[in-house]
Design a protein around this ligand. Structure first.
Ligand SMILES: [Zn+2]
Length: 144
């Protein structure tokens, strides 16, 4: 009996092996490879001595002279077209701290607009991280 059971298991194993999905079947099951999602470019930091007339997308302008910065200007990342100006002077309030990191600029704390689109986001190493309830909507707009 034992030998018969062993043989039967071998037969079942052989059938399973013969019916195993081939590599190409597995590839077909996955479907065509989707195109890579476009990744929003990182923000870059540019120092200027005057407020720029036209703001380029994905650009943070540090307005000042030499190491003395007055404020930071950027286009609102949600796509509403508004200009966001943030004070970086240490004696004024509210104030933001701007860090020029190799990957891109970081602004601390988060930016929470009290007017217009009311976007709430963090700029960290050149990437916008959305916060709050309108974050999802803004993130969708940002991805377009
Ligand atoms: Zn906005």
């Amino acid at each position: 009996v034992t030998t018969f059971r062993w043989l039967w298991q071998r037969v079942l194993w052989l059938i399973a092996w013969l019916w195993r999905p081939s590599r190409s079947d597995a590839d077909k099951a996955l479907g065509p490879t989707p195109p890579p999602k476009p990744v929003a470019p990182r923000y870059k930091l540019i120092q200027v001595s005057d407020d720029p007339d036209v703001l380029a997308p994905h650009t943070v302008y540090a307005v000042g002279e030499g190491s003395h910065l007055w404020h930071v200007v950027m286009e609102c990342p949600c796509g509403c077209g508004d200009t966001v100006a943030l004070n970086v002077l240490p004696d004024d309030s509210p104030r933001w701290s701007l860090r020029d990191e190799p990957e891109g600029p970081t602004l601390i704390p988060s930016v929470w607009r009290t007017t217009g689109c009311r976007s709430h986001y963090i700029l960290r190493r050149g990437r916008v991280l959305w916060c709050g309830s309108n974050g999802q909507r803004a993130a969708e707009l940002f991805a377009q």
